[in-house]
Design a protein around this ligand. Structure first.
Ligand code: DX5
Ligand code: ZN
Length: 217
């Protein structure tokens, strides 16, 4: 199975957002990964609707929107209208998760669930068939540029076996600290989508760096 690469625009130069979106368009990246943070669910505020609107106007690839906000169900319609293709909410932030996933899908988007590093993958087993993508956080969410948490590999393997056991077609996305050093092992364990922020945007040649990640897959 091919692994998809989703550069995280959190690490882009916000003064040159159009330029950085065009770079992703021209690269071998598959999706745009967009991190929305509210300063409550995570100790950081990233950006909101006007910035997403601007990204959407330049992006020519699917928008993978990762909501790090409390009660994400309040904004499903808004993110659908802004052009999100995939909307991921945190397990820890949505009390009625199954209803939230159904609402996301009713709006024509793919539905994702993100898990913080301490949240066991087994919790998703009862509803795995409802989930298009599980985003495993491989850092504590809130900031780019952190180090990859090694125990993520075990979570990928466990999640993969749950997906297979339940006959689901859920994708596994890894978010945080992804580099060329951990990409191939993550794929071997069963990851399908790799998010990379600082590894891509802080590199000398982001297009080449995306290609390096893509070629590992
Ligand atoms: C962290 C965000 C990530 C972040 C990844 O809370 O969800 O998407 O941008 O950045 P890197 O790849 O630098 O860890
Ligand atoms: Zn993210």
């Amino acid at each position: 199975m091919v692994t998809l690469i989703a550069p995280s625009l959190l690490a882009a130069d916000f003064g040159n957002l159009e330029r950085d979106c065009k770079m992703v368009n021209a690269s071998k990246a598959d999706w745009f990964h967009i991190d929305v943070m509210d300063g409550v669910f995570v100790p950081n505020i990233s950006f909101g609707m006007p910035v997403l609107k601007s990204i959407a106007s330049h992006a020519q690839k699917p928008l993978d929107v990762h909501l790090m906000i409390v009660e994400p169900e309040r904004y499903i319609d808004t993110f659908a209208a802004l052009g999100s293709d995939l909307l991921t909410v945190h397990y820890e932030a949505s009390t009625h998760l199954m209803r939230t996933l159904q609402s996301i899908k009713e709006k024509g988007m793919k539905a994702g669930v993100a898990l913080n590093p301490h949240t066991p993958v087994e919790l998703l087993e009862p509803i795995i068939n409802e989930i298009d993508l599980v985003c495993l956080m491989s850092v504590n969410p809130g900031f780019g540029g952190q180090s990859f948490i090694e125990s993520t590999y075990k979570k990928v393997t466990k999640l993969k076996s749950i997906i297979e056991k339940e006959g689901a077609s859920t994708w596994i996305e890894i978010d945080g600290g992804v580099t060329d050093q951990n990409a191939s092992k993550l794929m071997e364990c069963g990851a399908n989508v790799l998010v990379a922020g600082s590894f891509v945007f802080a590199s000398e040649d982001p297009i080449k760096t995306i290609e390096v990640l893509k070629n590992i897959s």
